[in-house]
Ligand binder design. Sequence first.
Ligand code: CMC
Length: 428
Amino acid sequence: MSNTAEIKFNGNTYELPVTTGSENEQAIDISKLRAESGLITLDPGFKNTGSTKSAITFLDGEQGILRYRGYSIEDLADKSSFLEVAYLLIYGELPDTETFTNFKNRISKHTFVHEDIKKILDGFPSKAHPMGVLSSLVCSLTAFYPGSLAPNRSEDDIDLSIIRLLAKLPTFTAWAYKNKIGHPVIYPDNKLDYCSNFMKMMYGLPGNEYEVDPVVASALDKLLILHADHEQNCSTSTVRIVGSSQASLYSSISAGINALWGPLHGGANQAVIEMLEAIKEDGGDTTKFLNKAKDKNDPFRLMGFGHRVYKNFDPRAKIIKKAADDVLAKLGVNDPVLDIAKGLEEAALKDDYFVERKLYPNVDFYSGIIYRAMGIPTEMFTVMFALGRLPGWIAQWKEMRDNNEPIGRPRQVYVGAEQRDYTDISKR
Ligand code: CMC
């Protein structure tokens, strides 16, 4: 197989190296193309541009494969725990018992946050979307740990920031929820595991015993695993590009949270439930909404359908669909919105428009239904996604740093006005 590609332009031939990945993905390395030919490449939305070589997540969208550090998502969701997956993503290998115990103990030690953070939280109106609250609280860590801003920190210092962030995000997430409903915050309980502690902070009330439902805690753990990384998506690319300017871990992750918020990315889980509820309110006619989604003059899209890289079933959606059935059965929840979701999925999978464009349900289609069954309000769904994605963002930020990657700075093709003379305001 050739390891070079050629570009012919204006009578000249430029030879470009071809890089091959460990799963035989091939890429033309165009990094020297401009210097040699004056040409840049144009690829809005980076639909066909590799921004890095990464050893964290492998994804084959045509075959519906997703692996973290070589381990299949199916195996990890079935056999592992979220914190074990977090360790795997961040440090590259599955931990042995001693290493894992040490990792969990370190996280437990850092779950509390500075009391002044409550003042920042109090400053937000209860109408504030919890994603905005979360990204602000994460960024506020730069003020409480100013040492984290220095670009040339030791590896131990960086690791401490990583542990702090993993430990504090459940606290921030639960507190963003408490702010939303106007309840007092609940402090972490370090005797509990990661998900149980989070649930107690979400649902507990001061002075009241809160019993964690193990079915719900285990479903939550699985959901977090499924969201833990997804290679160079919008929020992860944001984390890497912000980090490439040597901005701190906390500010880079805060930026990632904001990128995740949009309805075309993580915000889709909230948008799916809003869409299903709107269909229910409208009388439950799924065909009407399918037709709206296909109508090019109608901006409506079927939320939770389609994916930039999956042109086959999203493997995470398959696992979540089963988990949603289990949780609903175990909790005895009968949700009419789930019936609408099933009807919509069935109709879309048979519809030529969706079949031709390879639009399948994605991870967000079913995750919202589980969150709903757990009693998590709709505006919190994307915050739950952020909690799951954190280890992936951290791993990608760390890899970008360890690889000494250059500052991210795309080029453009300028299409604006040519040079013109300035005219005084009185003469315009
Ligand atoms: N409903 C109706 N038509 C769609 C949809 C949809 N959900 N998604 C894509 N299409 C059509 C689109 O109109 C286009 O048609 P045509 O070729 O006739 O112009 C074609 O399918 C290709 O779509 P695209 O917008 O060019 O594809 P993209 O890779 O730029 O966008 C996407 C991917 C996920 C943004 C898009 O599929 C979408 O908007 N889906 C709904 C939002 C959603 O569920 N987002 C969550 C993504 S998964 C979790 C995550 O990564 O955050």
